[in-house]
Design a binder for this molecule. Sequence first.
Ligand code: GLP
Length: 266
Amino acid sequence: MEIVILPDSGAVARFGSAVLADLVRKTPEAVLGLATGSSPLGIYAELAALVAAGDLDCSRASGFALDEYVGISEDHPQSYAHVLRTEVIEPLRMDPSRVHLPDGRAADIPAACDAYEAAIRAAGGIDLQILGLGANGHIGFNEPTSSFASRTRIKTLAPRTRADNARFFDSPDEVPTHCLTQGLGTILEAKRILLVAQGEAKADAVARTVEGPVTALCPGSVLQHHPHVTVVIDEAAASGLQLADYYRHVFEHKPEWQRIAVPPAS
Ligand code: GLP
């Protein structure tokens, strides 16, 4: 894993957007794995600024959502379909027909999950998967004890996750109890992974994800088995890491050909 510790959430957003912009410039038809939640919003906003300035074209890229709630309509402001439309598709001027979500309203949920896996395969797989990290170590909605071999499926949200996400809803009771999520096995097949986390509340989950042990109690820790993961975090989220000084040393001494600089704040 590559661990990039930056001073604040603004630098995290600028670095993350530089990684994505670099990919889309080199591969305009890149397939992006799109996380929702608050963690990647700064990255999307930075990318939107590049698009608005004419410095980036995302119109040929495609996207696959990481997860979706079960049972709420795609017009609900907290459905991930709606969030992706307003935070990603429109600001990045992506082609809506190229952005896909698992269908949380399908009458046949297992068939919808199989169809989603087939669509990812048909697109040639995900080139870069963006991930947030739950305070309990979940990635996507793969709650603790999710199988490392799991594929897209229905999950019951952990009480902690429903409580964490209640801030987005009018009342805690409105948070759905179920979701569809790419499985850990699905996520591990992405060619590259960019995990983003900010703030003290994520420090424990970041430390468990990065420094192990690999355990189903912390689903993010399975990323230690992936060959190309970049973890980009602010100082607060890095505060539980034992080897933080080593990660800073590695980042400062990267060979020039591997380096993606943190763009300055505008
Ligand atoms: C949410 C999402 C995840 C997200 C994580 C962290 O519930 N399903 O995809 O990465 O939990 O959320 P946040 O970024 O808002 O802290």
